[in-house]
Design a protein around this ligand. Sequence first.
Ligand SMILES: NC(=[NH2+])NCCC[C@H](N)C(=O)O
Length: 346
Amino acid sequence: MMVVRPIQADDYTALRELARKTGPGFTSLQDNDEQVAGKIEAALEAFKPSSLPDEALYLFVMEETDTGDVVGICGIEAAVGLSEPWYNYRVGTLVHASRELNVYNQIHTLTISNDHTGYSELCTLFLSPEARHSKNGALLSKSRFMFLAEFPQRFNEYLIAEMRGYSDDKGVSPFWEGLGRHFFSLDFAEADTLSSMDKVFIAELMPKNTIYTNLLPKDAQEAIGKTHEATTPARKLLEAEGMRYTGYIDMFDGGPTLVSRTNDLRAVQDSRYVKAHVMNDKTEHQPEGEFYLVSTTDFASFRCCMTAVDIVGNHVVGLPQAVADALQITEGTTVRIVPMASGRRF
Ligand SMILES: NC(=[NH2+])NCCC[C@H](N)C(=O)O
């Protein structure tokens, strides 16, 4: 049974192993002892029961309860841009028109923005390749919405997620080639890694004035707001939960930033509390059919699973014993529940 739970100090070895698999481009979890230790330390701080800091990194791991193996990680940053600026390009429109000459042109512009300062951010999602089956990726990603639904006071009114931008089959980002490279004089991967360690480079090197996109190469223009092929399923999943592209992109690869009001997220709107009835494996018919996300209401020992359930009544739901064990709950415990698939109601 897969369960998503807060990361713990003794997950270091497992996380260090996962960090070897992420590869270049996954700047928030690299093959680097110090970074892994730093992430765990930040997350342990965030999950201290008494803490309610503005900036907190809530990191979760996905554990296979039969083996104890950690196979994935995901996170929520409580607020971005508070200790250093958070950068995006805002895609704007300017109309250059002359009635006398019968000319009318709409031009898109890119302006540096820190508009998402203070917003919460979905971050650091990685699932080990061997575990990419049986909706595990969806559980890993969506479990965060259950945590957001349970603890809204810990998060900003708005939530963002930055999607990896388009690059071609050789890994070349046309947006970077058409814009950033002129100023950074480095390959995308190098600039990406450097800027994730020290964002001063962005302020120092990226152009300060508004860019007219019609002056960019065609392929760079086309990459504005376009997602990398491998990231398209993740984008669809977040859109189904209510997140939207609202004209903000990454300054380096042109990838879209998705935004939602935290309150408008599907899991926040549609999830509800029920009492758990722990089913007997031997005497009760085990539930089948549609999957639900089921999470606990605890903070430091938050847990989330996906499972078919037995809807007993409006306020009681039957859960298999294995799920109750994975959630560490007993008969009568209140849990939060929502259908896995968007567009489904109770
Ligand atoms: N692909 C990149 N490294 N882009 C620059 C960083 C962008 C990100 N929004 C930040 O401010 O940290």
